[in-house]
Design a protein around this ligand. Structure first.
Ligand SMILES: NC(=O)CC[C@H](N)C(=O)O
Length: 233
């Protein structure tokens, strides 16, 4: 499975993703400069975290106009996989590839912490290595991670089970106490209706290498490889 990691001016988690997919999981991976448009060789496009274009206007608001994002929209339209992490999630909502928006954290502070998350569904391509209801810990680091959508959009997301990750307490309770940034319905990660585009604020790539302590994140990438094998069999 070949991964392509888009690099914008200001991206800062691009190398971390490459380390996971290529360094740890031995999958072919290449970086894609934001001006490039030929991504036909790529199976999974990853839009990494960081501060694309300095977060000017709004996080992700400028990156969405890049040539690589036009190619990514086409890639998604063909049913191929797109993963947006943190700033990447913001870019995907700005680009209209995922519904809703990420607005300023409820406390107006940049939060750098660990968050407990509940995996809502273990039966998607993105969560194949997790079990439904599993509680995991991932790092978060964002100033605009507060997920917002209008009531109809929110209801639709819930109805079609597009919420894959929710913030929770360490004990697994979905409540305000476990919600670091004010996200509606404690939403930490959603996929589109077709399921091929995932956006999430927490950073699975920063919790993948055992040398860094936590490894709950690597299962997201491993799940993709399992799902490919299943699709081939
Ligand atoms: N880690 C990140 O990707 C940060 C995203 C964005 N710059 C924010 O502060 O919300």
């Amino acid at each position: 499975m070949k991964f392509g990691v888009i690099v914008f001016p200001g991206s800062n988690c691009d190398r971390d993703v490459v380390w996971v997919t290529q360094g740890l999981l031995h999958q072919p991976t290449r970086m894609i400069w934001h001006e490039d448009t030929d991504i036909s060789d790529i199976d999974v496009i990853v839009i990494p975290g960081g501060f694309s274009y300095g977060d000017y206007l709004r996080c992700g608001a400028i990156a969405r106009f890049s040539p690589a994002m036009r190619a990514t929209a086409e890639h998604a339209k063909q049913g191929k996989l797109v993963l947006g992490i943190c700033n990447g999630f913001q870019v995907l909502t700005e680009a209209g590839l995922l519904p809703g928006a990420l607005v300023r954290n409820a406390g107006l502070n940049f939060i750098c912490d660990r968050a407990s998350l509940k995996v809502e569904r273990g039966n998607t391509r993105w969560t194949a290595a997790y079990t439904t209801g599993e509680i995991i810990d991932l790092p978060i680091a964002h100033g605009e991670g507060n997920y917002y959508a209008d009531a109809d959009t929110l209801a639709e997301l819930e109805e079609h089970e597009q919420v894959l990750f929710r913030y929770c307490t360490e004990a697994g309770k979905i409540s305000d106490a476990g919600n670091p940034n004010g996200s509606l319905n404690n939403i930490a990660g959603i996929c589109n209706r077709q399921g091929n585009v995932l956006g999430m604020m927490p950073h699975p790539e920063r919790a993948s290498d055992p040398m860094l302590g936590e490894t709950d994140g690597v299962k997201l990438f491993q799940g993709l490889l399992m799902a490919t094998v299943a699709a081939v069999l």
